[in-house]
Each structure stands twice: as structure tokens, then as C-alpha cells.
Design a protein around this ligand. Structure first.
Ligand code: BYC
Length: 314
């Protein structure tokens, strides 16, 4: 494929160095990155919804301030990621159109409801925890702008993970009712969090190519296992259990074994049949339409200032 034309690209990848926006790159590499970065950006902005749902009902001013900051961080992550996709020649409005038309995916995890306040803790601990495990290796991704965006995102994600852990710790050691609420949230978010890592290795069509290009550094199953191994001792310190009777330490493997994942559920969610797919996409389309005037005003302001010579007042 592309013999000779992309020799410099192949050499850069082989040397473990970074590809930058102006470098020549195979169209398939560009398309893979646009797809993955766009899906990631869409996940960040759709991911604002389940937690934003609890801002008005947070149990204290401190919790409310923390949650507002977290949801705002997620909008920021979307911004860095759409910016990274733009360096590949993608247009942000087109990516959003594809999301709104259901032609580009976002993470399966955000199609589940947040039923109680404890869900905010479970999302922080498990969902952001899974995101960190998946995203830390992306800081070494071969495409420079994506890798650099990921560095900052991962730093912020680790704050998010800790706020979730701290929130669950408080609930777990609170009243009996609060403990039960925390346990119920963990029971509901555990399996969907494992699905976040994507299909199992034999059924992941993208992994091999993406690993050869050093976009992905590990397979989906490797990262899922790493996550399980990290989370099991954390659950014990929280005083909560994970809803899997087959979960146990395997001395020989040096890892935890865990039960089978319901891949039929994962594929149903990807087909749009999850409990909240229609609600999430509907809300996203509405927010986009209602925000049209803001985009118009910002564009008009930018055009006015671009027309004026620099340094001259209006
Ligand atoms: N949900 O061959 P595979 C966050 C798709 S944001 C939906 O393994 P790949 C957070 C996959 O796209 C979390 N779709 O693909 C935000 C592919 O479909 P197409 C998002 C999934 O790309 C706010 C097909 O299945 N993180 O954490 O090699 C608040 C085959 O899969 C999923 C990222 O996006 C899924 N779970 O690997 C809190 C990270 N899994 O495009 C938290 C960056 C797979 O061929 N992305 N699919 O139609 C990645 O690391 C990789 O793209 C994936 C999938 C591991 C997700």
C-alpha cells in the first residue's frame, strides 16, 4: 500500500516519533484518527448530560460546585478534541452534523440513566476510572495533536475519578440507606463500564491496524483487564462489592478473572437501543439548535474584529 510515497511516515512511526498535521500521511491513517477523535469528542459532550442532570439536586453547595466544574471540564475536553480533529482537515460543524444524524458514534456508557445521586459517584469512580486506563496510553499516540490533548485531559480525568471515589466513600460510610444507594449505583454501572473498552480482541476490527500505526498501544481486552485489576482493591476499600460472582484473583495469571460480558447488550446499545439513546441524542440536537444564536454572534464578533487592523480601537 502506498509503496514509497509514505516512507517518511512509516519511518516516523517505526522510530516511535510523532506525526504532525503538515506531515504526509496515508488517507486511511487520517480517516481512522478523525473517526476515533470525533467519537471521543462526541462522548465528552454527550457525557455532560447524565451528570448535569444532578447539578440542581446536588446535596450541598460544595458538591454542586464540584459537579459544575466537572461537567464544564467535559465541555473543555470536547473542545480540545474537536480542535485536534480540525488539524486533520475535519470540519467541526460536519462532525457535529454526523453525530446528530446518528452517523458517528459516541461511547456506549452514556446511554444509561443516572437514577440517584450515588450515580454521580459511580460515574466518577468507574467511568472516569475506565476512561483514564483507556486514555493514558493515548498520551503516547503517534499523532501529535491528539497525544497532547490527551495529556491535559488525563490530568483532569484523575481529579474526576477521585471526586467520584470520595463521594462514594462518604455514602458507603453514611447511613444504611446511603450505603445501599452507593451499592446499587455500582451494581448498575459495573458491566457498562467494562463495555467501554470496546469489543473483545477477536471481534475488534480496528485494533490491529491502529496498533500498527501506534494510535492504540494496547488491545481492548488488555486495558479491560488492567481496569479490573485496579478497581477490585479500590472496591474493597470503599466497602462495596462488584456485582460479579465469578470475580476472583487468579494466582497463575497474576490477574483477576471475571465473568462473561453481555455483548448482546453492548451491540444493542450501539444500534441505538440502549435505555437513553433517544433521550441523549434528542437533547444534544436541541442544545445545538438552541445554541445557534451564540455561534452566530461569536462568528459575527470574530468577523468584525478580523476586519479591523490589529491594535486599533473600534
Ligand atoms: N461505545 O474495533 P474497535 C469518557 C465501536 S469519554 C461505542 O475496538 P477501536 C468520559 C468502535 O468505534 C469515553 N462504540 O474500535 C466523558 C468501532 O466502530 P466504527 C470515550 C464503541 O476504535 C465524559 C467498533 O465499535 N473514549 O470517558 O479500535 C465524562 C469496533 O470497535 C465502543 C474514547 O473514545 C463503545 N464503548 O476501539 C466521563 C477513547 N467500543 O467506528 C467520561 C478513544 C467500540 O468502526 N477511543 N466501539 O463504526 C478508543 O480508545 C477506541 O476508539 C475504542 C474502540 C477503545 C473506544
Amino acid at each position: 500500500m502506498h509503496e514509497g510515497v509514505y516512507r517518511e511516515f512509516e519511518e516516523t512511526i517505526a522510530a516511535g516519533e510523532r506525526i504532525e498535521p503538515r506531515d504526509a500521511m496515508p488517507p486511511e491513517y487520517r480517516a481512522t484518527l478523525i473517526r476515533q477523535i470525533a467519537q471521543h469528542a462526541h462522548s465528552e459532550i454527550i457525557g455532560m448530560q447524565p451528570e448535569a442532570n444532578w447539578i440542581t439536586r446536588a446535596p450541598s453547595l460544595r458538591r454542586k460546585a464540584i459537579l459544575i466544574a466537572k461537567v464544564q471540564d467535559e465541555a473543555g475536553h470536547g473542545l480540545y478534541l474537536y480542535g485536534a480533529a480540525e488539524t486533520l482537515g475535519a470540519r467541526r460543524d460536519e462532525l457535529l452534523d454526523r453525530l446528530h444524524a446518528g452517523r458517528q458514534k459516541y461511547s456506549s456508557i452514556f446511554n444509561y440513566p443516572t437514577l440517584t445521586w450515588a450515580d454521580v459517584g459511580a460515574i466518577g469512580w468507574l467511568v472516569d476510572g475506565a476512561a483514564i486506563v483507556n486514555q493514558v496510553p493515548l498520551c503516547r499516540c503517534s499523532y501529535g495533536p491528539y497525544a497532547r490533548a490527551m495529556t491535559r485531559i488525563c490530568k483532569e480525568e484523575s481529579f474526576h475519578q477521585r471526586q467520584g471515589y470520595e463521594l462514594l466513600l462518604a455514602l458507603s460510610h453514611g447511613t444504611e440507606e446511603q450505603h445501599e444507594m452507593a451499592q446499587d449505583a455500582v451494581n448498575r454501572w459495573w458491566w457498562p463500564s467494562l463495555m467501554m473498552f470496546g469489543p473483545p480482541d477477536g471481534e475488534s476490527p480496528r485494533t490491529e491496524r491502529s496498533m500498527a500505526w501506534k494510535i492504540k498501544r494496547h488491545t481492548n481486552d488488555e486495558l479491560r483487564q488492567r481496569f479490573v485489576d485496579i478497581v477490585v482493591p479500590q472496591a474493597a476499600s470503599l466497602g462495596l462489592t462488584l456485582p460479579d460472582p465469578l470475580l476472583r484473583w487468579n494466582e497463575e495469571r497474576g490477574h483477576h478473572d471475571f465473568g462473561p460480558i453481555d455483548w448482546a447488550e453492548f451491540h444493542a446499545v450501539l444500534r441505538g437501543e440502549g435505555p437513553c439513546n433517544a433521550q441523549r441524542l434528542g437533547q444534544r440536537r436541541r442544545a445545538h439548535e438552541e445554541g445557534a444564536w451564540v455561534r452566530e454572534a461569536a462568528a459575527a464578533y470574530a468577523a468584525r474584529h478580523a476586519a479591523r487592523p490589529a491594535g486599533r480601537a473600534a
